[in-house]
Design a protein around this ligand. Structure first.
Ligand code: ACO
Length: 332
C-alpha cells in the first residue's frame, strides 16, 4: 500500500451485556457439563442480552467508546459499517439505527458475513475511505447470537455469546511525517467466500425461505477443519504481500470461536501462544463482535501499544473468511 494516504486505526471500544452466564448455569437446564465445554472449546462464560436489549443498543455503546477513544465526536464520523448477523429488524439496516442513536449523518449500512463480518467491514471501510467516501469510518461488529440459538441443540448453544466492539478508521496524509516505507494503519486485507460450503453453518430459516429467522445449525467437525486451513492460509497470504514473516507480528487476534482452533492455527503458522490474544473463556463466540472485543480488552490491559503490528483473522458461515495486517495507532 504505497498511496499517499494511510488508513489508521485510531480508537477502539466494546460493550458486553450485564447478564453473565457460566457453564454451570447452562448445566442447570441442559444436558451438558462445564468439563465438556471447557475441554472442547475453552469457553467458561458468555454474556447474554436481555429480551429488550437490541443489537443496536450494544453497537451504539461500543461505538460511543471507540469515537471517544479516538478523540472524536459522533458528528465527525462520515461512514458507519456494521457487521452483524442479528439485526434489530429485517430492514432498515441496524447501522441506520446506530447512526440515529449517535446523532450523526454518516452513510450507514450493514454487512453480512457472519463471524467474518468484522474483517469484511474493515476491508470495505478501507476501500471506501481510499475511494473518497469520507475521512472517518466507524466499523462495528455487534451480535445477539443468543436470539438465534436452539436450546435443544447442545452442540451449538453452548458456544455463543452476545456483545459488540467498534473501531475508528481515519484517512490521514502522514507521508511527510514518517520515514519512507514506514507504513501505518491497515497494510493489507484478504477476504474470501466459498458458497460450496453454504450448508455447513447456516440458519434453518430465513425471510425468503420460510418467513422466519430460523435457528443456527452447524457441522462442527467440518467447520473446524476449514477454520484451521483457511485462517492459516489467509494469514500467510497477507504476510507475503507485506513482505513480512510471522516473527514480524506483535499480536495475532483470531476470531474467538474455539480455543482448539486457535491452538491449531498457532501450531500451523508457528506463532507463539504468548503473542495470541484470546478472550474466548470469558466471551464465548460473539460472531462479528469477537475481534474488536478482544482488541479492546487487550488494549485496556495495556498489552497493545501504539505502533504494534497486529494480524486479525476470522471465518464464518458462507463460508466467508479473511485476514488483515495493521500497524495500530498514530505516527504523530
Ligand atoms: N455437552 C456435552 N456433550 C456434548 C455437547 C455438549 N454441549 N455437545 C455435543 N456433545 C457430545 C456429542 O453428542 C457427542 O456424543 P457421542 O460421542 O455420545 O455421540 C460428543 O459430545 C462428541 O461430539 P462431537 O460433535 O464429535 O464433538 P467435537 O469434538 O467435534 O466438538 C465442537 C464439537 C466443539 C462444536 C467442535 O466440533 C468445534 O469446535 N467445531 C468448530 C466449530 C466452531 O467453533 N464453530 C463456531 C462457529 S463457526 C466459527 O465461528 C468458526
Amino acid at each position: 500500500m504505497n498511496s499517499k494516504f494511510q488508513i489508521l486505526l485510531t480508537g477502539v471500544g466494546s460493550y458486553l451485556p450485564k447478564k453473565k452466564i457460566s457453564n454451570n448455569d447452562l448445566e442447570k437446564f441442559m444436558d451438558t457439563s462445564d468439563e465438556w465445554i471447557r475441554k472442547r472449546t475453552g469457553i467458561k462464560f458468555r454474556h447474554f442480552v436481555e429480551d429488550n436489549e437490541l443489537t443496536s443498543d450494544m453497537g451504539t455503546n461500543a461505538a460511543e467508546l471507540a469515537i471517544f477513544n479516538a478523540g472524536l465526536k459522533p458528528k465527525d464520523i462520515d461512514l458507519i459499517i456494521l457487521a452483524t448477523t442479528t439485526p434489530d429488524n429485517t430492514f432498515p439496516s441496524t447501522a441506520s439505527k446506530i447512526q440515529r442513536n449517535l446523532g450523526c449523518k454518516a452513510i450507514s449500512f450493514d454487512v453480512q458475513a457472519v463471524c467474518a463480518g468484522f474483517i469484511y467491514a474493515i476491508s470495505i471501510g478501507v476501500a471506501m475511505l481510499k475511494d473518497t467516501h469520507g475521512k472517518k469510518c466507524l466499523v462495528i461488529g455487534a451480535d445477539s447470537m443468543s436470539k438465534i440459538l436452539d436450546w435443544n441443540d447442545r452442540s451449538t448453544s453452548v458456544l455463543f455469546g452476545d456483545g459488540a466492539g467498534a473501531v475508528v478508521l481515519e484517512k490521514k496524509n502522514v507521508i511527510n511525517k514518517t520515514v519512507e516505507n514506514n507504513q501505518w494503519g491497515v497494510l493489507v486485507s484478504k477476504i474470501f467466500t466459498n458458497g460450496e460450503y453454504y450448508d455447513l453453518l447456516s440458519t434453518d430459516g430465513g425471510v425468503s425461505k420460510n418467513k422466519s429467522t430460523g435457528f443456527l445449525r452447524m457441522n462442527g467437525k467440518e467447520i473446524f477443519k476449514h477454520a484451521v486451513e483457511k485462517l492459516s492460509s489467509s494469514l500467510l497470504m497477507c504476510l507475503e504481500e507485506c513482505n513480512m514473516n510471522i516473527n514480524d507480528l506483535d499480536w495475532l487476534i483470531p476470531h474467538q470461536a474455539n480455543q482448539r482452533i486457535i491452538n491449531a492455527v498457532s501450531n500451523k503458522v508457528k506463532i507463539p501462544q504468548d503473542k495470541i490474544i484470546s478472550t474466548i473463556s470469558n466471551h464465548g463466540n460473539t460472531s462479528a463482535a469477537s475481534i474488536p472485543l478482544a482488541l479492546d480488552v487487550a488494549t485496556k490491559k495495556g498489552n497493545i501499544k501504539n505502533g504494534d503490528i497486529l494480524a486479525l483473522q476470522a471465518i464464518g458461515g458462507g463460508l466467508s473468511w479473511g485476514s488483515l495486517i495493521l500497524k495500530i495507532g498514530n505516527p504523530n
